[in-house]
Design a protein around this ligand. Sequence first.
Ligand code: HEC
Length: 175
Amino acid sequence: MNLLTRGFISTVIAADLLAVVYFGGTYILTGSMLPHAEAPHIIVAGAEDASSTAASTPKAAEPAFDSTTYIANVENGMKVAAKCKACHTFENGGANRTGPNLWGIVGASVAHINGFAYSSAMVAKKAEFGTWDKEHLNAYLESPKEYVPGTKMQFNGIKKPAERADLLAYLETLK
Ligand code: HEC
């Protein structure tokens, strides 16, 4: 081994030692051999989690609606009622439009406005269950055409149970 080779080898050893100290130090400090690898790794891991959950459960089921524990929001119900205002007024003594005025509708009789031209389907419901309690209103407002086949109310319904609960809470204040 000549002097040159020895010099080379010790340089290599020194470089190795440096590397061990450098990467070892980085490892101790950050938990990773590669400097700065940690932060992007966390972001990627999070993204993977989100996408893999979405992929395995494409339609993540909404938590089941529980009417016994749900706390209805009157203010939100007022916003939902905006969908009705093309056809209904809500004020005491308000005019009938395409649909009848809805002041006091919770607890009122079905077809509650004398002189409004209700469909015969609605008049039949008056004979069938009589009063708009919250259960009947809830079912009608979910799907008017299914609950009162032949109704004149051209409205698809409020499909989200929480929105209907909010709407009903608002309707209850109209008395
Ligand atoms: C496109 C017009 C239209 C829209 C929108 C509409 N309705 Fe009606 N609604 C009617 C008509 C017309 C009737 C009468 C139905 C019949 O005679 O079959 C009616 C009847 C009703 C009745 C029964 C009233 C009674 O005296 O028995 C209720 C309750 C009611 N609507 C609530 C609502 C609510 C709440 C909304 C909004 C979420 C709404 N409607 C949206 C037109 C509408």
